[in-house]
Design a protein around this ligand. Structure first.
Ligand code: C2O
Ligand code: CU
Ligand code: CU
Length: 514
């Protein structure tokens, strides 16, 4: 059914963005510096590292010449990078100064369901919540973002997202680059669509429900910025914080770079590549050697056209940018700063994942596309209706809360627990994609290892710790995991597609751990 409906889409939709693309990409870019997220170490109070976040409204200059109403944590857009020492107690207060309820979810963190910030943990306008946890997990670049049922997409799109850095000191011990903003640089890649006044447009076209993609690509909230870097090894922690767009990371001179970490920790060994596909929600830490580039500039870009249209299939409607090369950020290489860094041949010792544990199955699908057309008149379908509240600058809060996508034949219902997992027991998850589009799948409360893709071992850069896995069209992916954190019926964990419009429209389920 899906296939039929999509085949009838006018070819026009694919090319509609070309005019704007030409303008955006030929614009004189690299005029404004890359914003570096403030790294916070928190304050020690009674032996507990304490952080404060406040969700607020403000204004940002996403693209040159426009002021855009946005939301952010502790500022108008995105948020600070919270550095949390592994194994030590942490307390975070979250204050909601927005006019609608929100939650803050710690994506990739091994925390109990009670403090995971899922849809059950709403913070009302003007209210504050406090969570306490301890992260017993490897050093990693995690992140945090809202998770209200049916409104995750628009709240992230409005600007709410930040980094959560688990620090176990291993990167320093190994000699990896660790000087924040100098040779250790976080890059949050997101795309947005703006109206003629520069206001955010969200899901203003019917097919945006297949995944909201914009034609302006931002890094740390700014289109085509530059950053000054020393002529030495530079570590880039890249988060694909986009609602739906994939990126195929590469440098404009096609130089090789080393992948040192995946979503939730260092790889066993660095992997040299020239391109790296990153789906929504995924992170990669890469190291690029700029020792011979003093006085030159290098551009990190997305060679989307090489890979993305093929992965997307028809349903996610590769748009003009998906066929193109997207400039992300220009690295302006200055003199070396004398720091001695290295990328050792061995980074972490990772056990071989256990493939012989009991298997739990997940089947991914979409419902009849006819429902897409009838969408706005579907009362009572799968959970909360979208909030009538508006986003920044009157941005639409979208049309979440519908039952358009399914996992194991069911769409999200907050009143239903879909899976009950036994704590501290090895499991294998078998994820089969029967839909006509790829789905980056994510589970709360744990990290996992990829055992196989269609029966074959995954590429080397996917053999470390993950919490999002892209499941391609027609593919079956197997992962090995174990849940060590508890989650009750009142505060279950979520599993979902990280294309946020899929998540908001049913492609999510709930599980307990006890
Ligand atoms: Cu990044 Cu359930 O989320
Ligand atoms: Cu998550
Ligand atoms: Cu999906």
């Amino acid at each position: 059914m899906l296939r039929g409906a999509l085949a009838s889409l006018p070819a026009l939709t694919v090319y509609a963005g070309l005019g704007r693309l030409a303008r955006a990409q030929s614009a004189p870019g690299f005029n404004r510096p890359l914003p570096i997220p403030t790294r916070l170490d928190g304050q020690l109070r009674d032996g507990i590292r304490t952080f404060a976040l406040r969700a607020v409204a403000g204004q940002s200059q996403l693209v040159e010449g426009f002021t855009t109403p946005t939301w952010g944590y502790n500022g108008p857009l995105l948020g600070p990078a919270l550095r949390v020492p592994a194994g030590q107690p942490v307390r975070i207060t979250v204050r909601n100064d927005l006019a609608q309820s929100t939650t803050v979810h710690w994506h990739g963190a091994h925390v109990r369901g009670r403090v995971d910030g899922g849809p059950q943990s709403l913070i009302a306008p003007g209210q504050a919540a406090e969570v306490a946890f301890r992260l017993d997990q490897p050093g990693a670049t995690l992140w945090f973002h809202p998770h209200p049922d049916g409104r995750t997409g628009p709240q992230v799109y409005a600007g709410l997202a930040g980094l959560l850095l688990v620090d176990d000191g291993v990167d320093r011990t190994l000699g990896l680059p660790t000087t924040w903003g100098i040779d250790d640089i976080a890059l949050i890649v997101q795309d947005r669509r703006l109206d003629a006044q520069g206001r955010l447009l969200y899901m203003d076209r019917p097919l945006d429900v297949m995944g909201m993609k914009g034609d302006r690509v931002l890094v740390n909230g700014r289109e085509r910025p530059y950053v000054a870097v020393p002529a030495q090894r530079v570590r880039l922690r890249v988060l694909n914080g986009s609602n739906a767009r994939m990126y195929n990371l590469a440098f404009n001179d096609n130089r090789p770079f080393q992948v040192i970490a995946s979503d939730a920790g260092l790889l066993a060994a660095p992997v040299e590549v020239r391109q790296l596909l990153l789906a929504p929600g995924e992170r990669a830490e890469i190291v690029v050697d700029l020792a011979r580039d003093a006085g030159r500039s290098v551009v990190l870009q997305s060679d989307s056209g090489d890979v993305v249209p093929g992965v997307n299939g028809h349903a996610v409607r590769p748009d003009a940018l998906d066929f193109d090369t997207i400039s992300l950020v220009q690295l302006r290489v200055g003199p070396p700063n004398g720091a001695t860094t290295r990328v050792p041949a061995a980074l972490a010792s990772l056990n071989a994942p256990r493939g012989d544990a009991p298997v739990r199955r997940y089947t991914l699908d979409a419902m009849d596309m006819a429902r897409l057309g009838a969408s706005s008149a579907m009362p009572g379908m799968g959970g909360a209706r979208p909030s009538p509240d508006t986003g920044p600058g009157g941005m639409s809060m979208g049309t979440g809360g519908r039952a358009l996508f399914t996992i194991n034949g069911r769409s999200m219902d907050m009143r239903r627990i879909d899976q009950r997992v036994t704590r501290a027991v090895d499991e294998v998850w078998d994820i089969q994609n029967k839909a006509e589009m790829p789905h980056p799948m994510h589970w709360h409360g744990t990290s996992f290892r990829i055992l196989s893709r269609n029966g074959a071992p995954p590429p080397a850069w996917e053999q470390g710790w993950k919490d999002v896995v892209l499941v391609r069209i027609g593919e079956t992916v197997r992962v090995a995991t174990r849940l060590d954190q508890g989650a009750s019926d009142a505060h279950p964990f979520m599993f979902h597609c990280h294309i946020l419009e899929h998540e908001d429209n049913g492609m999510m389920g709930q599980f307990t751990v006890s």
